[in-house]
Design a protein around this ligand. Structure first.
Ligand code: OXD
Length: 317
């Protein structure tokens, strides 16, 4: 059944609300856009909104979202959407296919920075030293263990394999996936970590993954292995990680996400020489890449057809 009344689509993004709203397309007269860059603007518009297209919508405003039926997340993760205040009947959709290509370059770029000993040669250059006694290492033949095999994890896996890496995976189901040589279930996490030269954490944050990589998991890693976290900070026990890094029980860490963001200036991770800190940029959202995903779903919504990329709210992803 086709609807006639224009519906309100609330676009919320604190940095780029207008840029996200500009490419939103629907047949004339079918939608009314409320473009909100502040909490106040969102508070004023949320009561009318049937659809929200947002990044980090203020969770306390859901209580006023009495007409809300569908929320499209502008980022990779949806933990900020799936809060207790979100009304039960609201459908949540995500945007697969966009972030994996960014994140495979981030992961492989930093893997190569490690094996190519970028820091060492740059430091030697600053000292005008010719350090021919140090050779780069080969990435081919190294093992990567991906903790999380959603679309992003599998995209990284395929890229790692194309460079000759051996790729293992860990997932809740343990189901085999084409891109990965062997998939372990969560109870075998430590076995999978113990084989890795690079561990890449890309699981969503849920009740089941919070603190998943704690002291025991870190102790299972090789002393030369690097931990990458590009999922959510709270999946890794940061205090246990700092201890492992300080005591050189693992080789190092490349961290894009943290329990508290921005990472507080006094946090010990900033000062460790075996840590790379990046400011949650490994898979950036851009209005141009997200617009086709949203517009496709919006057309479906307006035509009364099923949405794509629906999140299982009970599972948390
Ligand atoms: C995220 C993102 O969900 O950056 O973290 O998209």
């Amino acid at each position: 059944m086709r609807r006639r009344e224009p519906i309100t689509v609330l676009v919320y993004n604190q940095d780029e609300a207008k840029a996200y709203a500009a490419p939103v397309r629907a047949r004339r007269g079918r939608i009314r856009l409320a473009v909100c860059a502040t909490r106040e603007e969102a508070a004023a518009a949320v009561g009318e909104a049937e659809v929200i297209y947002a990044w980090k919508f203020p969770p306390d405003l859901y209580a006023r979202a009495t007409r809300l039926r569908w929320l499209q997340a502008m980022g990779a993760g949806v933990d900020w959407v799936l809060v207790p205040t979100l009304p039960p009947g609201v459908t949540v959709t995500r945007a697969p296919g966009i972030f994996g290509p960014w994140m495979r370059e981030y992961v492989l770029g930093w893997c190569l920075a490690v094996t190519q000993r970028t820091e060492t040669y740059r430091a030697a250059q600053r000292e005008r030293r010719w350090r021919e006694e140090i050779l780069p290492d080969r990435l081919a033949g190294k093992t990567m263990t991906l903790v999380g095999l959603g679309d992003i994890g599998r995209t990284i896996a395929a890229a790692a394999r194309s460079l000759g890496m051996r790729v293992l995976g860990v997932s809740r189901s343990g189901r085999a996936v084409r891109e990965v040589e062997r998939v372990h279930r969560l109870p075998a996490l430590e076995r999978a970590l113990g084989q890795a030269d690079f561990v890449v954490v890309v699981v969503p944050l849920t009740d089941g993954t919070r603190g998943l990589l704690g002291a025991r998991a870190l102790a299972a890693m090789k002393p030369t292995a690097w931990l990458f976290n590009i999922g959510r900070g709270a999946v890794v026990d940061e205090a246990a990680l700092v201890a492992a890094l300080r005591e050189r029980r693992i080789g190092g860490a490349v961290l894009d996400v943290f329990s508290t963001e921005p990472l507080p200036a006094e946090h010990p991770l900033w000062g460790l020489d075996n840590v790379v800190v990046t400011p949650h940029i490994s898979g950036p959202s851009t209005p141009g890449e997200l617009a086709p995903v949203f517009n496709d779903n919006l057309a479906r919504w307006l035509a009364g057809r099923p949405l794509r990329h629906v999140v299982d709210r009970a599972r948390g992803y």
